[in-house]
Design a protein. Structure first.
Length: 139
């Protein structure tokens, strides 16, 4: 056994330690636990995508990197993270549906306000153009 060299294999490549310096969308460092959680969730999405290909009813996005048919989904997910193909969004943002609903309402409100202002402005310009036409017609 003197010539035996340890060659440990990992369940995923790249190893989590090599990409643990990634930051989330807020610029915060991501813990290894969080990184594994992101990768596991993404691997589930890729698995679902692969299973849905046969049905033609895709609800998930497939791999964002070049990968082979037999590549483990966890490895694909980790490579996507390593190559920065995914945004790492903290769970509190992801799970906070109230925030997205609030943002949607604010956007709708701004669109409605803009629409009303534009409508008033166009109405004033239209009324002015009609008055000018009548004045020209009277001459």
């Amino acid at each position: 056994m003197g010539n035996t060299v340890a060659n440990p294999t990992t369940i995923a490549s790249p190893a989590i330690d090599s990409i643990s310096s990634k930051k989330d969308v807020n610029g915060e460092a991501v813990t290894r636990y969080t990184m594994v959680s992101y990768a596991a969730n993404r691997a589930k999405e890729i698995n679902t995508y692969e299973n849905q290909l046969a049905d033609g009813m895709l609800t998930n996005i497939g791999p964002l990197i070049d990968s082979e048919k037999g590549d483990p989904y966890l490895s694909v997910a980790l490579k996507e993270i390593d190559e920065e193909k995914l945004l790492l969004v903290p769970e509190e943002i992801n799970e906070n549906e109230d925030t997205s609903e609030k943002i949607s309402q604010e956007i709708e409100s701004e669109i409605e306000e803009f629409s009303e202002e534009l409508s008033e402005e166009l109405s004033e310009k239209f009324d002015g153009a009609i008055e000018d036409l009548f004045k020209d017609a009277e001459k």
